[in-house]
Design a protein around this ligand. Structure first.
Ligand SMILES: [Zn+2]
Length: 183
């Protein structure tokens, strides 16, 4: 089942929560951004979907974080309308994730810690990856993802051959460094 997303408006507490998170997470000096629209999935739809069920099963009673994910967009999704219509263009990774969910086989080679789903609490970092592909638009789209990251494995060096965190960890993390902050 494809999970539908619906527009939420500035008077919605979820809108305010994510807008604050986005603004606080904007850590790169020299560029600015402002939220124009937010679309969210309903919990009852997520809980019925295959990926949602798997997520809830894995999560158990652990808390989840909400982190940002930037990826390539090749359509004007989110520009109009009160719900999202996924385009299914092969080069629109954003829609691909929303109707097909994340699939690590579509992740690009050369990722710092191997194939995986990369998210960040920094909205401005995710924005670097939120590229418009063959699309003239000043707007960028990024995903807000629920992430289980309660047992993070800190990595100080890249390891492109990784396929999963080491036993006992649920995620891999690159601690912020001076170099990363200058990116
Ligand atoms: Zn699309």
């Amino acid at each position: 089942m494809v999970v539908q997303m619906y527009r939420v408006y500035p008077d919605n507490p979820k809108y305010q929560e994510y807008e604050t998170k986005f603004n606080k997470g904007w850590t790169h000096a020299g560029k600015t951004a402002r939220i124009k629209r937010i679309y969210l999935a309903k919990d009852k739809d997520v809980n019925k979907a295959y990926r949602g069920k798997r997520f809830n099963q894995y999560r158990g009673n652990k808390r989840y974080q909400t982190y940002f994910h930037g990826t390539q967009r090749a359509c004007n999704i989110g520009r109009w309308g009160t719900s999202l219509r996924y385009c299914k263009k092969p080069d629109c990774s954003l829609c691909g994730i929303m109707w097909r969910s994340f699939d690590v086989k579509y992740t690009g080679p050369g990722c710092m810690f191997g194939a995986g789903i990369y998210t960040t609490p920094s909205s401005s970092k995710a924005d670097i990856y939120a590229k418009n592909h063959r699309l003239f638009s000043r707007r960028h789209a990024m995903l807000i993802c629920r992430v289980i990251a309660s047992r993070q494995q800190n990595m100080t060096a890249a390891d492109h051959s990784m396929t999963s965190p080491s036993p006992g960890y649920d995620s891999v993390r690159k601690p912020p460094t001076v170099e990363a902050m200058l990116n």
